[in-house]
Design a binder for this molecule. Structure first.
Ligand SMILES: Cc1cc2nc3c(=O)[nH]c(=O)nc-3n(C[C@H](O)[C@H](O)[C@H](O)COP(=O)(O)O)c2cc1C
Length: 417
């Protein structure tokens, strides 16, 4: 679907990154999108309405009770006009008020009367972002079908580093354009749609495995677990019962998710296979070690005893995805990951075939912003040779939702939903 001629209301609230909204505006208007800007009073302390007026060719709305410019009553008229409401940056204040339905200024009144999709780009200090109040309200808004982009993790205004940084304006604009192009709708349909996983039990594996060498050493890989945890979180918010089989990570269990902690590949295999009969979907996001040490030393290996060289003999670990693929029922959906450094799509297609999977998520771990440890990812969703979706760089949480959308589509096509 075309985005040219579509209408976006861009809400700008009072954060230090308000100036970056100018770039979001520019990127949208470049694509032929009509943009009107509404600012909170606090936002005008950071950027003048004049800047947005000149770039949007429209009056910038700030005051609730000013004379309407033109025939539209501002809060209702603008929301009727809009195909999408983007709030970037969204302060902690805006997000928390929105989750409570507070309409105490023009931007908040628009948010409450909005019937089109809403995209929020949070930006705030890490302490505000990780505050359980903010987290609970973000979860509530997501569950209600509000879309989020970011935040990113990186340097913040107070020169500390952490989550809360506004997503890249390019990513915000791309997400907005995608939503416009998809013709997404909100409200009643989205409220029902977001509980679209309500009757499913989804098992997600995440993180690395630790393969012991001796009581103090192990072999590990670079997986942080972030992708799998984002999938578990998204699935729970969309109403699924979620079991997260997790290798060792530093991440807290997402709300409403049952976490099963394991260390090694063999333990992960046992945990997955024991639960397999009761689940509808298996999403294998863990980076399972391909090999383990043949004989784990009962004692710490001493360098004095081993000399200058030490040879460890490794044996193949179970291939969990293949084992699941072999025994899964036709009513079970299997999603595998292909983290590759070359021949991305071919490797994903091979995995899809060999593991009898329904969807392979392929990412090139050498690409900037994709792969281990970061909060973003850039993936291909490979359903088959003729059905490959290439997604732009986006937050792992957004990737998680796209994967789950793919699962829903597959199950609907198979008559399972
Ligand atoms: C210099 C400065 C920078 C600020 N940056 C942010 C920010 O990035 N995110 C945020 O949530 N609040 C930030 N605040 C606090 C908000 O401006 C404050 O909560 C305000 O009430 C938000 O109003 P609004 O949500 O109506 O725009 C900042 C305040 C100051 C003084």
């Amino acid at each position: 679907m075309q985005v040219k001629g579509k209408n976006v209301v861009l809400g700008v609230s009072g954060g230090i990154s308000a100036y970056k909204a100018v770039e979001v505006l520019r990127r949208l208007t470049e694509k032929g999108v009509n943009v009107r800007v509404v600012m909170t009073k606090a936002a005008t302390e950071f950027v003048t309405p004049l800047t947005f007026r000149e770039l949007s060719y429209h009056h910038v709305a700030v005051e609730m009770f000013e004379e309407p410019k033109g025939p539209m009553m501002q809060h209702l008229g603008w929301m009727e006009w809009a195909d999408l409401f983007v709030i970037a940056p969204a302060t902690a204040n805006v997000i928390n008020k929105m989750a409570c339905g507070i309409a105490d200024n023009l931007l908040m009144t628009m948010a409450l009367s909005c019937t089109c999709p809403i995209l929020i780009a949070p930006a705030m200090d890490s302490d505000m972002y990780t505050n359980p109040i903010t987290q609970a309200n973000i979860a509530k808004l997501k569950q209600l079908g509000v879309h989020f982009v970011g935040p990113a993790t990186g340097p913040l205004a107070r020169r500390n580093v952490g989550p809360g940084r506004l997503a890249d304006p390019k990513e915000i604009a791309e997400r907005a354009l995608e939503l416009l192009a998809s013709g997404a709708t909100w409200r009643r349909s989205a409220l029902e749609g977001r509980a679209d996983l309500k009757h499913l039990h989804i098992l997600v594996t995440a993180g690395p495995t630790h393969e012991a060498i001796d009581p103090v050493r192990y072999i590990v890989n670079r997986s942080s677990g972030k992708m799998g945890y984002a999938i578990a979180e998204a699935a729970a918010e969309r109403g699924a019962r979620v079991t997260l089989v997790s290798g060792p990570t530093a991440l807290p269990a997402p709300r409403g998710v049952e976490r099963v902690d394991v260390e090694s590949a063999v333990q992960m295999r046992d945990a997955v296979m024991a639960r397999l009969p009761g689940v509808d979907v298996v999403i294998k996001a863990a980076a399972v070690a391909d090999y383990r040490v043949r004989e784990i030393s009962a004692e710490k290996i001493k360098k004095e005893a081993s000399g200058d060289e030490l040879t460890l003999q490794l044996v193949r670990n179970p291939d969990i995805a293949a084992e699941v693929g072999k025994v899964k029922r036709p009513d079970q959906t299997l999603v595998v990951f292909a983290a590759e450094t070359s021949d991305l799509v071919e490797q994903a297609l091979r995995k899809l075939r060999e593991k009898k999977a329904d969807l392979a998520v392929a990412n090139d771990v050498t690409e900037e912003g994709a792969g281990f440890g970061v909060d973003t990812n850039k993936v291909h969703l490979v359903f088959g040779p003729d059905r490959i979706e290439q997604l732009p760089l986006m937050s792992k949480r957004d990737v998680a939702d796209r994967i789950l959308d793919g699962v829903v589509r597959l199950r609907k096509e198979a008559g399972l939903m």
